[in-house]
Write a protein that binds this ligand. Sequence first.
Ligand SMILES: C[S@@+](CC[C@H](N)C(=O)[O-])C[C@H]1O[C@@H](n2cnc3c(N)ncnc32)[C@H](O)[C@@H]1O
Length: 286
Amino acid sequence: MQLGQPSRTALATAYARAYHQIASEPRIFTDPLAVRIAGATPEQLADLETATVPDDITTDMRRRRRLFLAARARFAEDTIADTVATGTRQVVILGAGLDTFAYRNPHPNVRVFEVDHPDTQAWKRQRLESAGIELPASLTFAPVDFESQTLAAGLAAAEFDRSQPAVFIWLGVVMYLTRDTILDTLRFVADQATPMRLVFDYLYPTSAATPEEMGQRTARADRVAAMGEPWLSFFTADEIANILREAGFDHVDDHDAPHLIAEYLGIEPRQVATVAPHVLCATRTA
Ligand SMILES: C[S@@+](CC[C@H](N)C(=O)[O-])C[C@H]1O[C@@H](n2cnc3c(N)ncnc32)[C@H](O)[C@@H]1O
């Protein structure tokens, strides 16, 4: 993140989610507020969405990236719904960016805590106001810089209840943080009263990319670095599973991007092979 500036990658993913609502592609994730919070007309969105992705990424690769962003959001909101159905009443969106779940929250008596870097959160609040999106009484903001402040203090100030179950969503953030910050955050989250769940996505080390993936991967890495938000942390599935177990989670449900997208679309994973981020749901029940 650039000092004093909101996250530019948050805007890029918001454009992709918004464009997914109007593009002629199978809809994985429905978000009726995505276009409004993106602050662009449907006509402008096609240009904006492609402008935030490197020129040398083909239309098909852009589409796959969008489908992954939609799939991870769907996975997160399906997890929230499952968790709420079993009695959880607290949802924490970490690094929320322009996520709109809190403003569409369909679950009565469920509180939502939006945690984000103070600069991004202040900018989001202005955008919500400009878009005429009301702040529901169930929402509490918690400004936290994960690198220099503790999530514990930020959530305590927001009157989050550590003694009650919760579901945490952390999409598109881990790769921008240092490893120590990620490990501290995982330990804090794992200490929540049970049952608790955590959904997040992560990137494989570049060395694991196939030659076909390498071009797209390098272009995207260069692009986010130029936005002042370089990728800092990478994991393999085995490595992150071990880290999660050591932190106290007892179950990990990990999906790579092609399988997750293909499952939602009812197609073969090879039809959406893409540079493979993974998304997982880690659970602690006892
Ligand atoms: C790519 S955006 C993802 C936003 C949103 N979760 C989404 O899926 O659209 C990255 C998010 O991580 C947040 N972030 C990055 N570094 C952070 C830090 N040190 N502390 C708090 N938030 C941070 C940014 O403010 C931004 O909201």
